[in-house]
Design a protein around this ligand. Structure first.
Ligand code: PHE
Length: 346
């Protein structure tokens, strides 16, 4: 067979092969077999040097024509197969189906309530300050008028790291840290984690508190009451009433515990059907925070003159506020992080 005949029959064979190729893979196999660098066209062309020189140009020309014609056929077939494959994919696709919602995280209820509380006090002109959870005995106790043998230490169930280093049992150390750094007048709140060696149905070893302190000239207990009244109405609703009960803290004098009217029975102590309110246990009141007028010993420990400066301080448990606000009856809900619970609030 002459080279010309070989070229023509190669072209015919390939054209037939292309017709039968049903996938992009078989197409590629064909291309390698016929047109590849070591393919059949190349092998035919390697016989060219054996041809009489006068005939070579005509054969070379034909070979080039065959090659570009076959390449064009390949390209065409490839596009057809690609379009078919694409159509196949789209066949199973229903553009009217709803999309999948991406998972978006949200803030933990404790964080939400902490943000709420901070927002209320910021709108009253307070700055937010943060301090260390690992604290010294001095800031947690000593400077707050709780001496080494003070009985109040018992109440704190302190987790000690060493003799003088501990996990803060309340956010009150921030009173001292703030006053040491700032000239009065001042008003700050300090949110954060606190720790106590305590764990049962209503106590967890870690919980959150928010401390507040305001120092100025001629601050009165009336200012404290007005501030806490405004705060309670904003966090629990406009009908909320508050009451002060005498109490004791070494760093405030006088001291009080603050109750708010129970929002579940509207302060009545019983429900509309006559049963006793489970939340306030029939008293109509719920304890929410501790407070008082800053004690002179505390002012002295930071170098403020108690004759010139006066102030009030308060501290509240964030989980407790969150439980009351959302009607949560089990403290452990906050720490188990069951999404079914968290999603109801966030
Ligand atoms: N630190 C007190 C506590 O943890 C609360 C408190 C803060 C009381 C500020 C008075 C003033 O119980």
């Amino acid at each position: 067979m002459s080279l010309i005949e070989k070229l023509n029959s190669l072209a015919r064979e390939l054209e037939a092969g292309l017709d039968r190729a049903l996938s992009l893979d078989t197409l590629e196999e064909l291309r390698v077999e016929f047109l590849g660098r070591k393919g059949r066209l190349a092998s035919i062309m390697s016989e060219l040097p054996g041809v009489e020189p006068p005939e070579r140009p005509a054969i070379g020309k034909l070979a080039n024509e065959v090659k570009s014609r076959l390449n064009a056929l390949f390209e065409g077939k490839k596009q057809t197969l690609e379009a078919a494959a694409q159509a196949d994919v789209l066949k199973g696709f229903d553009p009217t189906l709803p999309g999948r919602m991406p998972w978006i995280g949200s803030l933990h209820p404790v964080t939400l309530v902490m943000d709420d509380i901070c927002g209320i006090f910021r709108s009253l002109g307070y700055d937010v300050v943060l301090g260390p959870e690992i604290e010294s005995d001095y800031y947690n106790f000593e400077a707050l008028n709780i001496g080494p043998n003070h009985p109040a230490r018992d109440m704190h169930d302190t987790l000690y790291i060493s003799n003088n280093v501990l996990l803060r049992t309340h956010t009150s150390p921030m009173q001292i840290r703030t006053m040491q750094k700032t000239e009065p007048p001042l008003a700050v709140i300090a949110p954060g984690k606190v720790y106590r060696r305590d764990s049962d149905l209503t106590h967890t070893p870690m919980f959150h508190q928010i401390e507040g302190i305001l120092v100025d000239r001629k601050v009165s207990m009336g200012d404290l009451r007005g501030t806490l009244q405004a705060f309670s109405q904003r966090i629990f609703g406009p009908d909320t009433r508050i009451r002060f009960r005498p109490s004791f803290f070494p760093f405030t004098e006088p001291s009080a515990e603050v109750d708010i009217s129970c929002m579940f029975c509207a302060g009545k102590g019983q429900m509309d059907d006559g049963t006793v309110c489970r939340v306030c246990k029939g008293t109509g009141w719920l304890e929410v925070l501790g407070c008082g007028m800053v004690a002179p010993e505390v002012f002295q420990s930071v170098g403020y003159d108690p004759a010139e400066w006066s102030g009030f301080a308060f501290g509240m448990g964030v989980e407790r506020i969150a439980m009351l606000k959302y009607g949560i009856t089990d403290l452990r809900m906050f720490f188990e992080n069951d999404l079914r619970f968290l999603k109801q609030i966030a």
